[in-house]
Design a protein around this ligand. Structure first.
Ligand SMILES: [Zn+2]
Ligand SMILES: [Zn+2]
Length: 276
């Protein structure tokens, strides 16, 4: 069984993507049809939490204020009542705001919650606005802080899946990278995944970003598997065309590493299903 859980019903451009146009049964059907064509039976959506006004109770960064235009309960109601998609959310981990995140999550009946780290404090890892790159901080420090935050997100117990777990590399050669063996940075994150029992996302989204590589990098994925962590497979699609993006490559990698099962979720219960 193939999954695609980390899926957005609309692209990231906020002004051009009103909920009324994208949270429709017809749009969900486009995703369902494309997924079926690509052999993906388990399809879920995970909109960015910061696109919803309720997220401002968690954090009020300027970027979140610009994006928070929609109602979270309307999104949940739409997915449950007008689609047959699994209901998820991509909920940023904001250190120190665990109680507020828990409060937002507990009030809704998700099938799964994807945890993400896009920001370190108020600086962004993956957007040109608010970018952490060029802020004067060394790449070693940025990478260490990133993986420490990923570890914290896993240990928070807030999430079912840790999404794109080495997003820090997104810019590839366009941002400075640490010189040392990257496994040094992965270590605390892998320990936290093992301790918390969370599933880790294999995301093909990195293949369409400057870095040109899946998340997590192969040595990191090997460490994650050695630690016995379950894998959740997703494309982080923002359009139907991106569903299952380069899954053949991801499946080849999983096969090489001896992975035979993927994590499947329903009402936040996980089970493992054979890939095929
Ligand atoms: Zn993300
Ligand atoms: Zn995403």
């Amino acid at each position: 069984m193939l999954t695609d859980y980390h899926v957005h019903l609309r692209p990231d451009e906020v002004a051009d993507t009103p909920a009324e146009r994208f949270f429709t049964a017809a749009n969900a059907e486009r995703y369902r049809e494309t997924a079926a064509d690509r052999g993906i039976a388990e399809l879920g959506v995970a909109e960015h939490v910061y696109r919803f006004t309720q997220a401002l109770d968690v954090w009020d960064h300027e970027f979140w204020r610009e994006c928070a235009l929609d109602d979270l309960d309307e999104y949940c109601g739409f997915v449950r009542e007008e689609t047959d998609l699994k209901l998820g959310i991509e909920a940023d981990f904001v250190p120190g705001r665990e109680d507020r995140i828990a409060n937002l999550l507990e009030q809704r009946d998700w099938d799964f919650v994807v945890g993400s780290v896009h920001f370190l404090r108020d600086r962004s890892l993956d957007t040109e606005d608010y970018s952490i790159w060029g802020s004067g901080e060394s790449p070693e420090r940025i990478w260490r802080r990133y993986f420490d935050t990923i570890a914290e997100s896993a240990l928070s117990g807030l999430y079912d899946i840790i999404g794109h777990p080495d997003l820090v590399k997104v810019w590839g050669d366009r941002a400075p990278r640490p010189d040392k063996d990257l496994r040094y940075f992965y270590e605390p994150a892998v320990e936290a995944f093992a301790e918390s029992g969370v599933a880790v996302e294999l995301s093909t989204a990195g293949l369409r970003k400057p870095v040109g590589e899946q998340y997590p990098a192969r040595p990191y994925l090997e460490m994650i598997l050695d630690a016995g962590c379950p894998i959740a497979l997703s494309s982080d699609a923002h359009t139907p065309e991106q569903l299952g993006f380069r899954y053949e490559q991801a499946l080849e990698l999983l096969d090489e590493l001896g992975v035979e099962e993927l994590a499947v979720f329903e009402r936040r219960q996980r089970r493992m299903e054979p890939i095929g």
